[in-house]
Design a protein around this ligand. Structure first.
Ligand code: AMP
Length: 209
């Protein structure tokens, strides 16, 4: 199965992707994670990407498409994958049509107010990438690898606001673009509840194919 997770930053795509990965044994392709890995290198591209990410803007389409193409061509993506955070523009979606055919697009819905609250409370493990909320993890230590959690630079209030504007302008038009493949799910409740709904939908889809 080839799945796109669509939704504003902070809507819960990453958490949902990790649950789908373990249930359906599909790799999660998060362009945000791929870029965070690139930023750790000492190259001109790393410096450029770092600056863009810190401002909350989007990395240019050509760079992003190239990185996704390379990742999708790896053997673990043969039987499918979950795209998390890609495509984010109509140009990226059109480029993706030439790379692979997508089975379904899951739109994760959450109000702006809840997104801002959740993103401000989000902490990430810099070692294994696990995502937490300070409401549930008050010690701010990763329960998987005991690393001290960090707040992503782009999870600070001003950058969050800018990322949401960028989403409205560039990414929200994809909802129309994918109208014939769209499955909408609200993420207002607990992540486990959202996942149960998505799991039922994907099992049905899998059975049909
Ligand atoms: P994320 O972790 O998905 O919120 O992504 C973090 C940042 O990485 C974004 O704010 C962008 O700067 C960059 N990024 C991630 N995915 C894309 C994409 N598909 N196109 C352009 N920039 C991206």
């Amino acid at each position: 199965m080839k799945i796109i997770l669509l939704g504003a930053p902070g809507s819960g795509k990453g958490t949902l992707a990790k649950k789908i990965t373990s249930e359906f044994d599909l790799p999660q392709i998060s362009t945000g994670d791929l870029f965070r890995a690139i930023v750790k290198e000492n190259t001109p591209l790393a410096r450029k990407v770092k600056q863009i990410m810190e401002s909350g803007a989007l990395v240019p389409d050509e760079v992003t498409v190239e990185i996704v193409k390379e990742r999708i061509n790896k053997p673990d993506c043969q039987k499918g994958f979950i795209l998390d955070g890609f495509p984010r523009t109509i140009a990226q979606a059109k480029a993706l049509q030439n790379i692979s055919s997508i089975d379904t697009v899951i739109l994760v819905e959450l109000s702006k107010e809840t997104i801002i609250n959740r993103l401000s409370a989000r902490r990430t493990c810099p070692n294994c990438g696990e995502i937490y909320s300070i409401f549930d993890n008050k010690d701010e230590i990763c329960s998987k690898c005991s690393t001290k959690l960090i707040q992503r630079d782009d999870d600070k209030p001003d950058t969050i606001r800018h990322r949401l504007e960028v989403y409205d302008e560039n990414t929200a038009p994809l909802i129309n673009f994918y109208s014939d493949k769209l499955f909408k799910v609200s993420n207002d409740g607990k992540p486990e509840e959202t996942f149960e709904i998505v799991k039922t939908f994907l099992k049905n889809l899998e059975a049909k194919n």
